[in-house]
Write a protein that binds this ligand. Structure first.
Ligand SMILES: [Zn+2]
Ligand SMILES: [Zn+2]
Length: 253
């Protein structure tokens, strides 16, 4: 069985905070070892026409390049605390829906919903156990918000509720490029539409493995790798303000 490595949580030019077209994304992500991407653009810049256009563009570029492009939408709850990427071709539910409303219907609509970056604005405090059935994953390591180590709450909750662990680049540009991948079995079908739908099917049935540096992401939450990652992240946090002060000093001269 060959493995398809997916870059997850990728914002394109359909988001107001990214200007990346799909062809360019496919090129740069492929060079970094990915075979496909889970695209998600903000609900605040989405409407039915944009959603239809994004799906069509994923299929067009996916067919032209062989790079699997799965369309998706990142929802945010009414006060913008909880974010919920939904991968696959479920209908657009409108901007800022109630998370529990989306989760009660998303599987039936063929969408794979993921609880994104629970550490951002302490979104984890809003996690409701009734969400577990609707969720196809929890981001235990979001490159943009978790830095260089996974979130402990997310890893514990994913494990405790039997929700698959997800990794995510939260791509807005190359700063988020990092060896975090969601791996599924390589689809045997041809054509982006069928292959992308096959990927979503795998996500909905838990046939995925989230990896960091090619190893199971769970290994970074515990054991020696976990301790090393925790140490690295705390030194990074300690060093960062010093570097920023140094840079400011250099600029002011
Ligand atoms: Zn987000
Ligand atoms: Zn995002």
């Amino acid at each position: 069985m060959t493995t398809l490595r997916l870059a997850a949580h990728i914002h394109t030019a359909c988001s107001d905070d990214s200007d990346w077209g799909l062809s360019r994304l496919a090129r740069i992500l492929r060079r970094s070892g990915f075979g496909g991407a889970l695209v998600c653009d903000h609900d605040r810049t989405m409407d039915d026409a944009t959603w239809a256009a994004l799906q069509a563009e994923c299929d067009r570029v996916g067919d032209a390049t062989g790079f699997v492009l799965v369309p998706g939408i990142e929802y945010q709850d009414p006060d913008h605390v909880v974010h919920l990427p939904v991968y696959g071709r479920a209908p657009f539910y409108g901007a800022s829906p109630e998370i529990s409303d989306v989760l009660s219907r998303v599987r039936g609509d063929g969408g794979a919903a993921v609880f994104a970056h629970p550490g951002r604005r302490e979104a984890w405090r809003r996690f409701d156990p009734s969400w577990a059935d609707g969720l196809a994953g929890i981001e235990v390591w979001n490159r943009k918000y978790d830095g260089i180590r996974p979130s402990e709450w997310a890893a514990r909750t994913a494990h405790g509720f039997g929700i698959p662990a997800f990794t995510a680049l939260d791509w807005h540009g190359p700063r988020q490029l990092y060896p975090l991948a969601v791996e599924v079995a390589s689809p045997t079908t041809t054509g982006n539409r069928a292959r992308a739908d096959g990927v979503v099917d795998d996500l909905l049935t838990g046939r995925l493995r989230a990896t960091a540096f090619g190893a199971d992401v769970a290994r970074f939450s515990s054991g020696p790798l976990g301790r090393a990652a925790r140490g690295l992240e705390s030194s990074r946090r300690w060093i960062a303000p010093h570097i920023r002060r140094l840079e400011a000093g250099i600029r002011s001269r």
